[in-house]
Ligand binder design. Structure first.
Ligand SMILES: *Cc1c(COP(=O)(O)O)cnc(C)c1O
Length: 239
């Protein structure tokens, strides 16, 4: 099952990239393995998947420990992080996708300095305005200078931290939106990332972590460089 699903997803990623005249090699597939057993991760690893996503620190620590013999496996932490748990992410993650406040950035950076490590990060933004979603508020960024100023200030502060490397922006689109709405949200993410690039050309912040099982093709067509796909690879979860 997993083997067939992975190859389907890779095929769909290729097609979405080519549809939008992009190279499939620009896009990283993060296989979201949260709530799934390590045996499923090993199955995906054996057919070439190297990037796995987790959203709970205890689970990340446990799985990273059990699978540490897979030297080149890369763990992406994609969930909301409590600052007291940031050490686990600093230790095990190769990338953090949900940086949503400065306190977390500061904590992560100081743990990383101790570990002599650096960590690529995506800054989470909320462009849809859904109240349940975390991230820097950017729901009206085109018309609201306060929102862009807050985001730009955070980018500048994060860029100053010694151990974090900003990759770009991350978002989660609304679960039940229609394709046209999703497309609009992803387009606004792309434009926001272009705005950052124009405003702060010295900060390399142009990647986009967006797209999940139900919307990754639209996300790729609108500029995503990293899709986080769980249930379409590993099957449905309990919650
Ligand atoms: C669970 C999760 C995903 C994967 O969702 P699927 O719909 O199973 O593909 C992606 N991103 C985040 C932040 C998640 O928490």
């Amino acid at each position: 099952m997993i083997v067939q699903r992975v190859s389907d997803i890779l095929e769909r990623i290729n097609r979405a990239a080519l549809n939008s005249h992009r190279s499939p090699s620009e896009i990283t597939l993060v296989a979201v393995s949260k709530q799934k057993p390590v045996s499923d991760i090993v199955t995906a690893y054996e057919i070439g998947i190297r990037h796995f996503g987790e959203n709970r620190v205890e689970e990340l620590e446990e799985k990273a420990d059990q699978l540490r013999y897979l030297k080149d496996i890369q763990w992406h932490f994609i969930g909301r992080l409590q600052s007291r748990q940031s050490e686990g992410v600093a230790k095990h993650a190769s990338c953090f996708h949900a940086l949503d406040r400065m306190k977390i950035a500061d904590r992560l950076s100081s743990h990383l300095v101790h570990l002599h490590k650096t960590l690529p990060v995506f800054i989470q933004v909320n462009v849809s305005g859904e109240e349940s979603k975390a991230g820097f508020e950017c729901s009206e960024w085109e018309n609201n200078a306060q929102q862009t100023q807050n985001l730009a200030a955070a980018v500048i502060e994060i860029a100053k931290l010694p151990a974090l490397e900003i990759r770009g922006l991350m978002t989660m689109a609304p679960w039940e939106a229609q394709e046209s709405t999703l497309r609009l949200i992803f387009q606004r993410m792309y434009k926001l990332s272009q705005w950052l690039k124009d405003t702060m050309p010295h900060i390399n912040c142009s990647e986009l972590s967006m797209g999940m099982s139900h919307d990754f093709e639209v996300a790729i067509e609108e500029g995503s460089t990293c899709v986080r796909v769980g249930s379409s690879i590993f099957g449905t979860r309990n919650s």
